[in-house]
Structure formats: structure tokens, C-alpha cells
Design a protein around this ligand. Structure first.
Ligand code: DON
Length: 318
């Protein structure tokens, strides 16, 4: 943890130009006041609409950040690709593909929509697919499963994580649609009998506290073949890195995924608390946090920053 919080490895003089660029970018979009706080999970409405942080971690361990990059918030849907990576490590591609597809839906993240041909949820980034993925952990016992998830995130970020229990309770109390999805999938044999336990674990994984610096670490690790560039720890088997990046690319921004792929052209994942992680393979991870959301549940400022960054730096994959 100390190692990560010690930002002395920023080569300030050599990289001050980029740091200045980031400062200007942050200032430009801080004044943008569009969007609304998520309110369907009541606790998320307590966020400060002014919060705005950007963090970039390169695959060779340099760190650039600005604004509220240490402010914690709940990870929400950004947990989904990382838990998907865990399920792949636990069960392998074939089993996971039998339970969760890899097809974008063009639908909202919480839509009640399963593939009629095989009863599978369409992909692991929408709620249905994420719940089915959370059902694919091998360790026994509810607290052991949560521990497995928390430890996985620690490998990516290099620090310990906790669940924000107020957000968890708030999600659980208002999560009828997720419950309906879980029971529907259980009815067709897509998830196992411990339905309530799986739902609790899904609500808990979404309620894990992170900062946008943590998100940048996660992005950098996945951009670095699964190896955390600061600690050197392998967070994800490199064999599954391409699976995770591919679903982020095609499905990570929900019903904005096609437009995102067109405009930004990089794998990313958003969440309703206002976070966004983007991975630029072989180069860096970017974490952004700003809780004002557009109608599709993506952070307004985060989208603007990614669009401008990729344009200015020529990062679009194509
Ligand atoms: O299941 C839910 O509704 C939330 N826990 C996660 C949703 C989320 O972050 C979707 N993101 N845009």
C-alpha cells in the first residue's frame, strides 16, 4: 500500500508537460455540469456531483493523476470484467461460455433479456450475465467467496479493499430486478441453487470501495498481460486477458458500446457510481471518476475525457 501511495516515481520534470495537459483537460471538463447522479440505489445519491478525478498508470509503472483521484466510491459494474476473468480462471473458457455469451445486447444494463436459443445471458457486462458469472466461483462458503473476490482486486490494485456495507444494503433493498433476473436464470438451469447467496455476492462485489487510481491500476494490469506494473504480481492468467479485453471492447459501455468502439476504439468499462476504466494494451490503464451520469448510466465527464484523450494522443486502436 505504501508503495502505491508513494507517488515519488513520477518523473516530474520529464513528464511535467503531460501533467500540465492533464491539468488543462481536468479543468476544461470540471466546468461541465451535465448529467444526473444515479438514484435507483439510494446511497449513490449521496455522491458529490463536483467529484472528478483522472488517473493514468503506464505499463512501465509511471503514474499521472489529477483532481479527486483518491476519492473512494463503489466499483459497481466495473467489477464485472474482473470477476469474469476470475470465472475463466476457475472453470475455463468452455464452461463459462456455456453459461454466459459474448454478444452485445444494444439494451440497457439491467434489461430482462436472455438469449432464447440457449437461455444464456448475452454477455458478462450486463447485470444478468454478471450475476451468472458471479455464480461461477469455485470456493465454498459465502464469506470465502467474497474474500476470493477482494483478494483478486488487491492483486490488481496492490492494496486491500473493503465492501461499503451501506451501499450493499441499499442495493439489496432495491434490487428486485436483479433478483428477478437471478430467479429467471435459475429456472432455466443457468445458475445454481444458492440464488440468494449469489445475489448477495453480486451486490457485495458491486459495493467494493475503490478510487480512480485503483481503476487505473486495474486498467494498467490488464493492459500489461495481467501483471500489475508496480508490484509485479500476476493478477490474471495471461491466457484470459484477451477474453476480458474483448468483452470490455464489445460490451463494456452497454447500449453505448458500438458508438464507444467507433469514437474511442479501446476496451473500457463503466459503472453507475461514475467510474470508468479503460485499458490501452501495452501502454497504460486509465481510471476516471465523476458521478454525473448520462441516460445510459455512463459518466458524462469520463466519456468526454476519453474521447479527447484518444483523439489528442492518437490512441484509437484503428
Ligand atoms: O446491479 C446494479 O444495478 C448495480 N449494482 C450495478 C450497475 C452498474 O454499475 C451499471 N452501470 N452502468
Amino acid at each position: 500500500l505504501e508503495k502505491l501511495l508513494d507517488y515519488s516515481n513520477i518523473n516530474k520534470s520529464a513528464n511535467s508537460q503531460f501533467q500540465n495537459y492533464l491539468f488543462d483537460l481536468h479543468q476544461k471538463y470540471q466546468s461541465l455540469k451535465e448529467g444526473l447522479l444515479a438514484d435507483y440505489i439510494p446511497e449513490l445519491k449521496k455522491a458529490n456531483p463536483e467529484w472528478f478525478g483522472i488517473s493514468i498508470v503506464t505499463t512501465d509503472g509511471q503514474i499521472y493523476q489529477i483532481g479527486d483521484y483518491q476519492q473512494t466510491f463503489t466499483i459497481q459494474s466495473i467489477s464485472k470484467p474482473f470477476v469474469y476473468g476470475m470465472a475463466l480462471e476457475n472453470y475455463g473458457r468452455e464452461v463459462v461460455l456455456n453459461k454466459v455469451g459474448v454478444e452485445p445486447t444494444g439494451q440497457a444494463f439491467n434489461s430482462i433479456d436472455l438469449d432464447q436459443k440457449n437461455n444464456r445471458p448475452y454477455n458478462p457486462m450486463v447485470n444478468a450475465g454478471a450475476i451468472a458469472t458471479t455464480n461461477l466461483l469455485t470456493v465454498e462458503g459465502a464469506s470465502e467467496r467474497l474474500e476470493q473476490i477482494l483478494k483478486m482486486f488487491s492483486r490488481y490494485t496492490g492494496r486491500e479493499h473493503n465492501v461499503d456495507w451501506s451501499v450493499f444494503l441499499s442495493e439489496k433493498a432495491t434490487g428486485s430486478k436483479n433478483k428477478a433476473l437471478a430467479y429467471l436464470m435459475h429456472n432455466s438451469g443457468m445458475i445454481s441453487d444458492n440464488i440468494e447467496e449469489t445475489l448477495d455476492l453480486y451486490f457485495q462485489q458491486c459495493s467494493i470501495s475503490v478510487s480512480c487510481h485503483d481503476l487505473a491500476m486495474m486498467g494498467a494490469t490488464i493492459a500489461n498481460k495481467g501483471v500489475n506494473p508496480i508490484t509485479g504480481e500476476q493478477a490474471l492468467n495471461k491466457y484470459y486477458v484477451q477474453d476480458v479485453l474483448s468483452v470490455m471492447h464489445s460490451c463494456g459501455m452497454y447500449d453505448f458500446a458500438g458508438e464507444w468502439a467507433y469514437r474511442v476504439g479501446l476496451p473500457a468499462k463503466s459503472g453507475v457510481s461514475g467510474g470508468l476504466v479503460m485499458a490501452i494494451p501495452g501502454k497504460c490503464g486509465i481510471g476516471i471518476f465523476s458521478p454525473l451520469l448520462d441516460a445510459k448510466g455512463n459518466s458524462v465527464r469520463a466519456i468526454k475525457v476519453c474521447e479527447q484523450l484518444t483523439r489528442d494522443l492518437g490512441l484509437h486502436l484503428y
